[in-house]
Ligand binder design. Structure first.
Ligand SMILES: Nc1nc2c(c(=O)[nH]1)N[C@H]1C(S)=C(S)[C@@H](COP(=O)(O)O)O[C@H]1N2
Ligand SMILES: [Mo]
Length: 385
């Protein structure tokens, strides 16, 4: 006998878990909301990945509209990820007695199913926790966050799809409160379940309401837990990396000029840039970490700067910052962004000259673009053909 009866002790005992909420109906009620949150989080994560790091063939096809697109998708990504944390904890509480199912292994197929659940639980917990820590820019692990978050996302959806497929009959049987053919549940059970689900709903509501204001600005006054508050920062806009943190010093700005490389290269000083036709736009900074806010920007259209350099219509642009180290010192944008009339080399923010922390003397602001690509302290544009 593979699993002798005497080994059936502690939580492995028959009837060790008597709670009536550890049942399939509760698991399905929670699972479908959790599943929806994870799918929305996954899809918005894909959007973020491709906007930030497109494969080379896609660079010139990334849409620069709607201008608020990334603000919406990334705000949703972070909000659904945060909401999924209490949901996943409640779901695990509901089903954990199954960890002690007897016998532990019924067949090879049963073993594989248990293994897939282990992968699903481990990957989901790791993904949600590291994602949450990323929103506060805390990386207490040795690997690079972004590629790991990307790879793990596929593990989570793959394991989730398998889980839903394996459980499809059970999900279908418990989808409705009273499935045809099943016994009517005792009233007390229904009441307990409603109380439990209401508590989980309250927890989801609490974490959402206290964080979503970082991006959904009408709720900004309730934003008690998010790392950034939309109103806190110079010129009424939060700052992710300060000039000091990026190594931008007064000495390095002393003889600043904008260099444009292309078929007809040129250089412009700040007074010369200010003398060019200025445009004003309202566009958000939408940080990948979940905060976002609209602001008024003015400066010179990138397309005007490119035309002056004799750039062909389909040219991409490389934007180089004065910042010397770090992933955001250099960025590229495709032609749809570069040609969009809203894309500026901004010199001013909310009516004043850019503050040092917002990228003085010049920064990029473009529609539907992850914050990480809104390069600050721009020193050079390179036409790429
Ligand atoms: N050169 C450079 N530009 C940068 C960054 C940076 O670290 N270095 N951070 C980016 C990030 S992550 C965001 S969200 C925006 C924030 O712009 P803000 O600080 O003006 O709000 O700037 C982007 N531009
Ligand atoms: Mo950001």
């Amino acid at each position: 006998m593979l699993f002798p009866a005497w080994a059936r002790v502690g939580p492995l005992r028959e009837g060790a878990f008597r709670g009536r909420l550890h049942d399939a109906r509760t698991a399905v009620s929670l699972g479908r909301v959790l599943g929806a949150a994870l799918v929305v989080c996954f899809v918005t994560g894909l959007v973020s990945h491709y906007l930030q790091q497109p494969p080379s063939w896609a660079v010139n096809h990334l849409p620069s509209r709607p201008s608020w697109g990334y603000r919406l998708t990334q705000g949703t990504h972070v909000a659904t990820g945060i909401a999924a944390i209490p949901l996943v904890l409640a779901k695990l509480w509901t089903v954990y007695p199954r960890l002690f199912a007897w016998p532990p292994l019924r067949s090879v197929l049963h073993g594989l199913e248990r293994l897939s659940v282990l992968v699903l639980v481990a990957a989901t917990l790791l993904q949600l926790v590291t994602g949450l820590l990323n929103t506060v820019q805390w990386y207490p692990w040795p690997w690079n966050f972004r590629p790991a978050h990307w790879a793990l996302a596929w593990v989570v959806v793959g394991a989730l799809a398998l889980h839903i497929a394996v459980k499809a009959p059970e999900i279908a049987a418990h989808w409705w409160r009273r499935s045809p053919g099943t016994l009517r549940l005792p009233a007390a059970d229904g009441r307990d379940r409603r109380a439990f689900l209401a508590t989980v709903g309250a927890a989801v509501g609490a974490v959402t309401v206290t964080t979503v204001g970082q991006s959904l600005t009408p709720l900004k006054d309730l934003d008690l837990l998010a790392p950034r508050h939309p109103d806190h920062g110079p010129q009424h806009l939060p700052v992710n990396r300060t000039a000091a943190a990026a190594g931008i010093t007064a000495a390095r700005l002393a003889d600043w000029r904008l260099t444009v490389r292309g078929p007809r290269p040129y250089e412009l000083t700040l007074p010369q840039l200010r003398a060019l036709p200025q445009r004003s736009v309202v566009l958000p900074i939408a940080c990948v970490e979940g905060w976002s806010k609209n602001a008024h920007w003015s400066g010179i259209r990138i397309r005007d700067l490119l035309d002056r350099a004799g750039a062909p219509d389909h040219a991409r642009v490389r934007v180089v910052s004065l910042q010397q180290h770090g992933a955001y010192a250099v960025m590229e944008m495709g032609d749809l962004y570069a040609r969009d009339p809203l894309t500026l080399l901004a010199l001013s923010l909310n009516g004043d000259v850019l503050s040092p922390d917002h990228g003085f003397p010049a920064r990029i602001i473009a529609p539907n673009r992850p914050g990480v690509l809104q390069t600050k302290w721009v020193t050079r544009l390179e036409v790429l053909t």
